[in-house]
Ligand binder design. Structure first.
Ligand code: ADP
Length: 178
């Protein structure tokens, strides 16, 4: 089996040349702050329109925490946006770790189902949702490695960190497991 290539970059995820960009969205999928806002600004109205058409699974919820949904990417150069709703960190005893892992796993599975070969992840839940950075990074790297082992069509996964602190955490983790 071909091991997918993992890359680490520090920068703006909306600028990346990949098949799919993952959005750390909220359950309603109608935009927000942080990376969600940046993606919606870059993609433009078409992305709002597409998100709005996705069905509600219950009041206010188009994408339950840990699940993922796929849309086109409007004006962005990638083909798809994969929206996933990370958990709000509430101390760690509310199933946050499992839910965060599910975000990465479900995004990758949805990507593979849609023929995506390259995908970029932001640091899901590490902004407004308050997840401790070290723990979130460990979950991200472990889950991506485990799930990608069963998804050979995914050739490249980019961990896109916006800030230096997350970049350094990921660098240590990825170097240690090389
Ligand atoms: P959440 O609600 O899941 O915590 P946020 O968008 O608040 O989502 O933060 C998630 C991570 O995305 C944070 O580490 C934040 O620094 C980062 N981020 C914000 N804007 C961008 C961007 N344009 N590209 C990549 N990452 C970004």
């Amino acid at each position: 089996m071909t091991e997918p290539r993992y890359e680490l970059i520090q920068g703006d995820i909306t600028k990346l040349d990949v098949d799919a960009v993952v959005n750390a969205a909220n359950c309603g999928l109608m935009g927000g702050g942080g990376v969600d806002g940046a993606i919606h600004r870059a993609a433009g109205q078409a992305l709002y329109d597409e998100c709005e058409k996705l069905p509600f699974v219950r009041a206010g919820v188009r994408c339950p925490t840990g699940e993922a949904r796929i849309t086109g990417a409007g004006k962005m150069k990638c083909r798809y946006i994969i929206h996933t709703a990370g958990p709000v960190y509430g101390g760690g005893d509310r199933g946050e770790a499992e839910k965060l892992g599910n975000c990465y796993a479900n995004s990758l599975r949805l990507a593979a189902e849609n023929g995506v070969e390259s995908i970029a992840f932001p640091n899901i839940s590490c902004g407004i949702y308050g997840y401790p950075l070290d723990e979130a990074a460990k979950i991200a790297v472990e889950t991506v490695r485990r799930v990608c082992a069963g998804l050979p069509s995914i050739k490249k996964v980019i961990f896109c960190c916006f800030d230096r602190r997350n970049f350094d955490i990921y660098k240590n983790l990825l170097d240690a497991s090389d």
